[in-house]
Design a protein around this ligand. Structure first.
Ligand code: NAD
Length: 296
């Protein structure tokens, strides 16, 4: 069995790495947050002392970090992965980052004889805990086949979408659909509530029809309880929509709906709600409508 390095033990990385331990893999872990590292060591992982140290002791290295700058720092920065990784290893970045950064890093790793996959995920913390994430990968087929079982220990749907960077393109598509869906839920449910109708009854009435969605079923129960604890932080979704808009601009594709929702998210961030779950987008509508969409 391949020995795995796991760097980035946050909301997602922690349960994902625990699922790898449960599946029987040996793990070396690293994070700048020592508490997270200690928790994984308590669960059976070995402690890594730097990204380079993790890479020098493992065959497959996974990162689950916030954004492009952190992934670049962990791979190419001081004591970065690139200074420890052995030829023939596979590097998998499971963070959601800009596709161009993915391609840039894959070239640097190729010079070291290392194959890279980008394999961002969808499903959030609950599916990370259950090991039922959707994983959308990009990169060489040989590398994908080699690590498919490892990815399968963290996800239920594991798909190779195309060449390097394709995973993050798929993830941008995913994030546009999720952002617009959650904003639509906010707009619709605020309207229903202000009209005097019980939002929980509206939810129950529409969830089986065409308006039903995984986003509606995941977020509506939390909205009804006013629970905006992350989950997936609004500030991370701002990062994804910025990457989507940049990519749309480069490709000459209109992205006006994403632009609108991004503005809503930025208003919430400026009001101090950037660390709320993205289900909290509804608070923008609630504030302007002067009403809260809650259980009665
Ligand atoms: P998080 O902020 O909870 O976790 C990131 C972890 O990286 C933290 O533990 C942090 O200490 C660590 N870190 C940051 N910089 C580091 C560095 N230089 N060296 C080592 N460790 C470092 O974020 P998250 O919610 O787990 O998200 C991770 C990625 O997954 C993001 O790209 C996000 O967009 C994506 N994602 C998140 C969710 C979700 O629901 N939270 C869902 C799908 C995808």
């Amino acid at each position: 069995m391949e020995k795995i390095g796991f760097i980035g033990l946050g909301i997602m990385g922690k349960p994902m790495s625990k699922n790898l331990l449960k599946a029987g893999y040996k793990l070396v872990v690293y994070d700048i947050n020592q508490l997270a590292v200690e928790e994984l060591v308590g669960a059976g992982a070995e402690k890594g002392h730097s990204p380079a140290d993790v890479a020098s002791r493992t065959d497959v290295i996974i990162t689950m970090l916030p954004d492009s700058p952190e992934v670049r720092e962990v791979v190419t920065g001081k004591e970065g992965v690139i200074y420890g990784i052995r030829p023939g290893s596979v590097f998998i970045d499971m963070s959601s980052i800009a596709p161009l950064t993915t391609i840039e890093l894959s070239k640097k790793l190729a010079e070291k004889g290392v194959s890279m996959l980008d394999a961002p995920v969808s499903g959030g913390e609950p599916k990370a805990i259950d090991g039922t994430l959707s994983i959308m990968a990009g990169g060489p087929e040989t590398a994908f086949e080699r690590v498919k079982d490892i990815l399968g220990a963290m996800g239920k749907s594991v798909r190779l979408v195309g060449g390097i960077g394709s995973g993050n393109i798929a993830k941008l598509a995913n994030q546009i659909i999720v952002a617009l869906n959650i904003a639509a839920i906010g707009e619709a449910m605020t309207l229903a509530t202000k009209a005097g109708v019980d939002p929980e009854k509206v939810y129950e009435a529409i969830r089986g029809g065409l308006a039903g969605s995984t986003a509606l079923d995941a977020k509506m129960p939390l909205i009804l309880n006013g629970n905006f604890k992350p989950g997936f932080r609004i500030e991370l979704h701002i990062k994804d929509l910025n990457n989507a808009l940049k990519t749309a601009e480069e490709l000459g594709v209109p992205a006006l709906l994403s632009e609108k929702v991004l503005e809503i998210m930025k208003v919430l961030r400026d009001e101090g709600k950037g660390k709320d779950d993205h289900g909290g987008i509804i608070q923008y509508y609630e504030k302007l409508a002067g009403i809260e969409v809650r259980k009665r």
